[in-house]
Design a binder for this molecule. Structure first.
Ligand code: PGA
Length: 260
């Protein structure tokens, strides 16, 4: 089964404006015309969306603009917030939702995330929906139920067709920014479990089409062993996406793996 491969860069709250332009430029130049199977999503902070988006437009067959969050309301008196319409108007195509940092630091609940997912899809953008367990959950060996519930609570109200515009990213919290990657076997096991859980609800045919990305200390050295797994369709990259050559190598690795 060949699925869309995606490598997404989650820059989080990093880089000045000039650094952001420089990093995008290096990545675009290094990858241009070289990819056969992989889409690249770059998710810079909100303030750089328009500028980076204009740069990506020239490479629109493979490079896409992502945002790291959005507000659930359509518009109105929400000081400091950014709507999906605003993002769409500057060319944003993907919105990352459910990242563990937002669940923890901004108290985003499953219910709120369901509303954000609905808004993004209603406006015709795509969602990269993050899930993943904390270390205590893994130590108690309850990660499968935990992740299944995250999907059920924020996504399973959706019709099957919505999943054409949805990518899932499995990011175990204990692996994010820690240098402690999940082993390829641990990651594959969870990805297969996520796919099975989707199949149980929506059918195998649909589940086989959904791209499931791995995130959590993924870098140019471990990317190959992770992306070679049958149910790992790419990565959501944090720290390693802040260094052009490292990110470029991760994307190239993803693109050149032979998959059935
Ligand atoms: P990391 O972050 O690659 O720095 O672990 C991944 C993420 O949080 O998306």
């Amino acid at each position: 089964m060949s699925r869309v491969r995606i490598v997404a860069a989650n820059w989080k709250m990093n880089k000045s404006f000039l650094e952001a332009i420089h990093l995008s430029n290096e990545v675009l130049l290094a990858l241009d015309n070289s990819l056969k199977h992989t889409k690249v999503v770059i998710a810079p902070p909100f303030v750089y969306q328009h500028t980076i988006g204009s740069m990506l437009k020239e490479h629109k067959t493979w490079a896409h603009l992502g945002a790291q969050n959005c507000h659930q309301a359509e518009k109105g008196a929400y000081t400091g917030e950014i709507s999906v319409d605003m993002l769409a108007s500057v060319g944003t195509e993907y919105v990352i939702l459910g990242h563990s940092e937002r669940r923890q630091q901004a108290n985003e609940t499953a219910e709120l995330l369901a509303k954000k997912v609905d808004r993004v899809l209603e406006k015709g953008l795509k969602v990269i929906f993050c899930c993943g367990e904390a270390l205590e959950v893994r130590q108690a060996n309850t990660q499968n139920d935990y992740v299944a519930n995250q999907l059920k609570d924020s996504l399973f109200h959706l019709p099957q067709s919505a999943f054409d515009n949805l990518v899932i990213a499995y990011e175990p919290i204990w692996a994010i920014g820690t240098g402690m990657t999940a082993t390829p076997e641990q990651a594959q096991e969870m990805h297969a479990h996520i796919r099975q859980f989707l199949a149980d609800k929506y059918g195998q045919e649909m589940a086989d089409k959904v791209s499931i990305l791995y995130g959590g200390s993924c870098n140019a050295t471990n990317a190959k062993s992770l992306f070679s797994q049958p149910d790992i369709d790419g990565g959501l990259i944090g720290g390693a996406a802040l260094v052009a050559q490292e990110f470029v190598n991760i994307v190239k690795t993803c693109d050149t793996i032979n998959k059935a």
